[in-house]
Design a protein around this ligand. Sequence first.
Ligand code: CMC
Length: 438
Amino acid sequence: MANTPSASAPTAAPSTLHLSAPGSDLSVDLPIVDGAIRANDLRKVPTEDGGLLSYDPAFLNTASCRSAITYIDGDAGILRYRGYPIEQLAGKASFLEVAWLLRHGELPTQPEYDSWVHDITYHTYVHENVKTFLQGFRYDAHPMSMLCSTVAALSSFYPSAKNIYDPEERNLAIIRLIAKLPTLAAFAYRHIKGLPFVYPDNDLSYVDNFLSMVARMTEPRYEARPVFTRATEILFILHADHEQNCSTNAVRAVGSSHVDPFSAIAAGIAALYGPLHGGANEAVLRMIQDIGHVKNVPAFIDEVKGGKSGRLMGFGHRVYKSYDPRARIVKALADEVFAEVGVDKDLEIALELERIALSDDYFMSRKLYPNVDFYTGLIYRSMKFPMDFFTVLFAIARTAGWLAQWEEMLLDKEQKIARPRQIYTGPGERPYTGSLVY
Ligand code: CMC
């Protein structure tokens, strides 16, 4: 049964799953609600180990929560935040409006939006000691390592954020995180480049202020090219949330121990860093550079299919089994950006990769389509962002989604500390036989 959103489809009549206990006459009926059985109900089926377990490495078929934030239909290529199609949000909303929507469930009224923007704007500064902390990193440190550690370090600057069940503290921590992520990211960038830090400018929008902190040199005020502002705003919206992906699951799991949100978000950043997740946008560009020329594409595709060249980065998704709707928007956006700043030199290779993969049986039979990361790197590169900064841009945006998911998890009475079971496969009890001399 499809997991359809409850607002548009009423819950189906209750049904049950009939299970017989292995080796006995006992049978149980497990209720099916919203297309799912409760895994804990399986314990009613007796086994030698005290009840049946479900085994689901990597959560291929396990819902870990009920969530009202983001809806994905992977077969139809649909993505909605709080019911709003991603195409409409990307075309019309601002990133901070979307951040509010993700958290509160409704679009902000004008006064709500104005005060939200004001609060975010007035919390963009970081304690001066954070600068000292950042300066301790080597010039070639990866900015995701720097971001992850500095966000974790913020927890020590705001110890009262531990009071996660105090709504005011929670609100303040959420504002601080969304406000300070661009500052920390830009400071990491400037440190790597050996440039002085640029402080936030309260007269600029969220995106323009970030671009100013990254790129301003001697000019009194940095004015980003409008096409870059628009591209960043759209990419931030597309990356803002994606239901229970690896990093969101990390934030929820770590947050379920009731640690402060700075520590939980640092866990999300660590998860995002990996090349199978947010790190894919960087990996796509490295792959394209290695391919080097469009004439090498067919040979590269053959190597991928033969298992010799790793994966085709930027392709495939756990949930989407058709074109990722975000990838469609990013591709159109890339055309807009290239129309102004010139076509990226590697676009031809990317288009050829996509063309061959979409007509090749290996990729078609596995339903592997371009995902959001396939074209984002080309846009970011044309904005002069270095490759290892691409995932940092993803992290700034995803912080909005992580925080909405973290708060939803905290307020969900069904949630407890995340603690999966295991199937033990090691030796049985045996006597200690060590004979080392200390
Ligand atoms: N290139 C070549 N083969 C692939 C790819 C790929 N990109 N992705 C999956 N496959 C194959 C895989 O080898 C397997 O084949 P077989 O059945 O013969 O063993 C089959 O497709 C199913 O793959 P899977 O590993 O079981 O799929 P998964 O749902 O566990 O992995 C994924 C999803 C996104 C990690 C994977 O598709 C992948 O590694 N893609 C490349 C990395 C990437 O672009 N990641 C960004 C994801 S979207 C943004 C985000 O989440 O941050």
